[in-house]
Design a protein around this ligand. Structure first.
Ligand code: ACO
Length: 325
């Protein structure tokens, strides 16, 4: 049976220029490079310049993905930007990116699922393609978390960075088997009862401010390992594949210990995990597409490889996807 698949035909990433090392943070905070590296695996992060907005990072990543795909911006039917740090409450960051890319047709909207935003956006995009509502979709994850951090709180401010990544999806007919190229399956979940473990203490309707990120780190860690292992098993079953078929795990980069624990639970060797957290820190919705862009462009991801993506974020929200490259 012929099935419409969403094939990844290009990837791009963009990082702000300014590198902030752990040592630089330790000049102002009661922390140290050794604590941050041991607990998280993070060595440095990028921070957006004054006047550099989420839409700027998103646009640059989008341009890079279009170029690597050889697709012209005006052939894009839909632009989805996953972000929790939009330039403005409205209009969406996606419409700004659309205008800056010179796109005058199709549609554009944002998705907000915090660190799982890219996986949620990928799943939505895949459904647009499967249902013949679009043929070419640019999916971007872009964040400036530096703008919602409490820089005096050492337990959260050392964990995050700014950046953007993008993938270009094109419709392609497959046979409906796990050997097809493109997105084979996605699974999404939310549990709003756990929203007080990771949240921002402000918002338009509540405080009329952007607020600052707050997190009960140890609890988030505990839930993340369990939920991510579950959803990885679920998505592999949906794709009719086993952990042994996975060539690369491209996880949301929140904590190196979470990455390692999830890989161990599905018995995947650590050499098969794409790791960027040491240089990017946690860039929320941008972390997976940034890692995909890095691994695709340096030749690690090759045609036919099975790529597993997974993420969890505030809400809680979590999800996973399986892509045959
Ligand atoms: N430097 C030095 N000491 C610190 C720092 C720091 N930057 N931060 C916290 N500490 C101290 C704490 O105060 C505490 O001290 P105490 O024992 O005297 O009270 C001690 O270190 C241990 O603190 P814990 O919070 O228990 O440390 P833990 O080992 O759990 O590591 C961490 C903390 C890194 C936050 C970890 O819990 C974690 O990674 N959790 C998951 C985070 C995550 O995944 N977040 C992203 C989710 S996605 C999203 O949507 C944003």
């Amino acid at each position: 049976m012929s099935v419409r698949r969403s094939r990844v035909v290009g990837c791009g990433g963009y990082l702000p220029q300014r590198v902030v090392t752990n040592d630089e943070l330790a000049e102002k905070l009661d922390t140290s490079d050794s604590w941050i590296v041991a607990r998280t695996g993070i060595r440095e992060r990028r921070i957006a310049a004054d006047g550099e907005y989420t839409s700027d990072l998103a646009r640059e990543a989008g341009v890079a993905a279009l170029e690597s795909a050889g697709v012209s911006a005006n052939d894009v039917d839909l632009i989805i930007v996953a972000t929790s740090t939009p330039d403005q409450t409205f209009p969406s960051t996606a419409t700004k990116v659309q205008a800056e890319l010179g796109v005058t047709r199709g549609a554009a909207f944002d998705i907000q699922a915090v660190c799982a935003g890219f996986v949620f956006a990928l799943s939505v995009a895949d459904n647009f393609i499967r249902t013949e509502s679009a043929d070419r979709i640019l999916v971007i994850g872009a964040e400036t978390f530096s703008r919602i951090l409490d820089w005096e709180d050492r337990s959260t401010s050392v964990l995050f960075g700014d950046g953007a990544g993008a993938v270009m999806l094109c419709a392609e007919n497959g046979a409906g088997t796990p050997k097809d190229h493109g997105i084979l399956a996605t699974c999404l979940h939310s549990d709003g009862r756990l929203r007080d473990l990771l949240y921002v203490d402000g918002g338009v309707s509540t405080t009329q401010t952007a607020g600052h990120l707050r997190m009960v780190g140890r609890e988030v860690f505990r839930h993340a390992v369990v939920r991510l292992s579950e959803v990885v098993g679920e998505v592999l079953r949906a794709a009719e594949l086993d952990a042994g078929d996975v060539d690369w795990l491209v996880p949301h980069q929140a904590n190196k210990r979470i990455l390692d624990a999830t890989a161990r639970r599905i018995q995947l060797p650590l050499e098969k995990v794409i790791v960027t957290i040491d240089r990017h820190a946690n860039t929320s919705a941008a972390s997976i597409p940034l890692a995909l862009a890095e691994a695709a462009n340096d030749g690690r991801l090759k045609p036919d490889h099975v790529v597993l993506v997974e993420a969890m974020g505030g809400g809680f929200v979590w999800g996973a996807g399986v892509i045959r490259w």
